[in-house]
Write a protein that binds this ligand. Structure first.
Ligand SMILES: [Zn+2]
Length: 61
């Protein structure tokens, strides 16, 4: 599960119930990545690595 929250002029997409709480800030500990198409949209990186499952990077070959 991912949370999408608008904070001021920024959108933060962050993992819910991650192992460590996220700051809704570009300076979060997880080094969030700004979307290349949509400025001020920040995707946070989960500590438990769930995005690697969701992107299919861990699919068996
Ligand atoms: Zn974060």
């Amino acid at each position: 599960m991912w949370a999408v929250q608008q904070i001021g002029g920024e959108i933060h997409i962050s993992p819910l119930e991650d192992l460590r709480p996220h700051d809704h800030s570009p300076r979060c500990w997880c080094c969030p990545i700004e979307d290349s198409q949509y400025p001020d949209v920040w995707t946070h990186n989960s500590l438990d690595g769930r995005e690697r499952y969701e992107s299919g990077a861990r699919e068996l070959s």
